[in-house]
Design a protein around this ligand. Structure first.
Ligand code: NAD
Length: 480
């Protein structure tokens, strides 16, 4: 459904994220008629540019990053008519009045500010928007990740944001929550009668969440070397996914009902025991260079991989471990969730055991889909022999062309901002609670003075991550 025309100010319009994600997302929604042509997209950056120059830059970015066939030339041209540019250094005094005048010229009903700039500028921009009156009562502010560096900085940022904006105006983006499969987790659990009765410690043996990347950190070392995998991946994306798997059914599918339930999960997490954590750092191998070379920091102690075992101490999950692992420069690019069910309580087949228990696998990327691993009888075998086979549902096959129309996570999230739906955005208290859980482990790692365990670039990750599972008599699902 089309939204009402809106005004969106993008701080950092010349940056990597704006070019690769925000512009193509907006352009696609424009092309399918969801964004009206009266919408204004006001790009902000520091350079001096004429309108023509700015439009040419935006057109070039779209040409490079918009999937081919998404919009024709006329559509891109019409889309660019929505664009305005304001030269403004957010740390200076010039440009703010021009931005205000432009916005007030013929204001659209919804006003949103997207901060696609370094996180160190978030607080400054939000305070200036608030104090100058550029942000009005109903305005929305969108913040990119990372939201803080630790609990204290997240608290400080929340306090400064809240001095100018209400929580209901603040949209903390976690693009994982915009992914179809992640939202499908909620549909799977709460729109089907089949799984929820089994979704507890009586029937589930354990849960695995994997985010494996083949890319290293080349070109992003400056940011990453100060962050590491725990801050970059676990504190936000992976904990958010864990919350959606573990939360109680919210009474309604609205922002606060869902976020209240997610927060309860984070608060029910046992403090992490450092012995249940592994951190790794890739070394040269399989033709790939080492982390330290790419970070240009020969002594770096930053982890490029983490594996951990979490425990949620509540009625539903007591005794069910949640294993999380993530890493850069691994041999496969895969994000998936596996819910491993317990074995049937009694084996009636005396000679042979059914092969492993059932598992439900939700693939976030690549090839989004859902698979239920079942045990069947091996065809033609004498007696009872078993096979483990997938009941497979690939979104691309099942939904065909419709998956193309859905577009990427950013599209969905940006349109949610315009519609005023915060369900898929992290609330301030959630972000703080997540930092409170990871901070002590990061501190303990630092205190130990130990180097993260080296693992081969483009290999299968730190040995100790395998041992973390084997210790419990379990296996990671093979990544491929
Ligand atoms: P970038 O360095 O490519 O772009 C930063 C933008 O900010 C540029 O347009 C620059 O002109 C502008 N800018 C910098 N200082 C400014 C100032 N004083 N006044 C006005 N404008 C200023 O950064 P990016 O990669 O696009 O990242 C932007 C944000 O998105 C960051 O918070 C980052 O953590 C987050 N993020 C980026 C990615 C990604 O893939 N690039 C992924 C997730 C999150």
């Amino acid at each position: 459904n089309p939204v009402e025309a809106f005004d969106l100010v993008v701080f950092g319009i010349t940056g990597d994220l704006a070019h690769r994600k925000i512009l193509p997302a907006l352009c696609h929604r424009f092309s399918i008629g969801q964004i009206p042509k009266e919408t204004r997209i006001i790009g902000v950056a520091r350079g001096e540019k004429s309108k023509e120059q700015f439009h040419a830059e935006m057109a070039e970015a779209l040409d490079k990053h918009l999937p081919k066939g998404r919009c024709d030339d006329q559509c891109v041209k019409d889309f660019l008519d929505c664009f305005h540019y304001v030269k403004l250094d957010v740390l200076g005094e010039d440009g703010w009045q021009e931005l205000k005048d432009l916005l007030n010229e013929r204001p659209n009903p919804v006003r949103a500010f997207y901060l696609s700039v370094a996180p160190s500028l978030f607080a400054e921009i939000s305070v200036r928007l608030g104090k100058s009156g550029i942000a009005t009562e109903g305005s929305r502010i969108v913040l990119e990740k990372p939201f803080g560096h630790d609990l204290q900085s997240a608290k400080d940022l929340n306090a400064r944001l809240k001095s100018c904006f209400d929580e209901c105006q603040i949209y903390r983006i976690d693009h994982y929550l915009g992914k179809e499969t992640v939202q499908n987790l909620m549909a799977l659990r709460f729109a089907n009668a089949l799984f929820e009765p089994l979704w507890n410690s009586q029937h589930i043996d354990h849960v695995q969440i994997t985010v494996a990347e083949t890319l290293g950190i080349a070109g992003r070392g400056g940011y990453y070397d100060h962050a590491g995998a725990m801050r970059d991946m676990v504190q936000n994306h992976m904990m958010q996914v864990m919350c959606l798997i573990a939360m109680e059914p919210p009474a309604r599918f609205d922002a606060d009902s869902v976020r209240d339930e997610k927060l309860k999960v984070i608060k029910a997490l046992d403090p992490l025991d450092i012995r249940n954590t592994v951190r790794g750092q890739y070394r040269a191998g399989n033709g790939g260079g080492s982390y330290r070379e790419e970070a240009e920091n020969p002594d770096s102690m930053t982890e490029s991989a983490v594996a951990l075992k979490a425990a949620i101490s509540n009625w539903r999950w007591s005794g069910v471990p949640f294993y999380l692992r993530t890493g850069k420069r691994l041999r496969a690019h895969v994000s998936e969730i596996m819910i491993k069910f317990k074995e049937p309580p009694h084996n009636i087949f005396e000679q042979s055991r059914p092969a492993e228990g059932n598992a439900l696998i939700l693939r976030l990327q690549p090839g989004e889909g859902i698979t239920l691993m079942m045990t069947i009888k091996e065809p033609g075998s004498g007696g009872m022999r078993f096979l483990r086979v997938p009941l497979d549902m690939s979104f691309a096959e099942t939904l065909g062309g419709r998956t193309g129309v859905l577009g990427n996570a950013y599209e969905r999230l940006i349109m949610d901002v315009i519609r005023g739906d915060q369900t898929l955005f992290m609330r301030g208290d959630e972000a703080e609670a997540a930092w409170a859980w990871v901070d002590p482990v990061i501190a303990a790692w630092q205190e130990s003075g130990e180097r993260p365990q080296p693992y081969d670039a483009l290999g299968s990750g730190p040995e100790a991550a395998l041992a973390l599972m084997h210790r419990d008599g379990r296996e990671w699902r093979e990544i491929e």
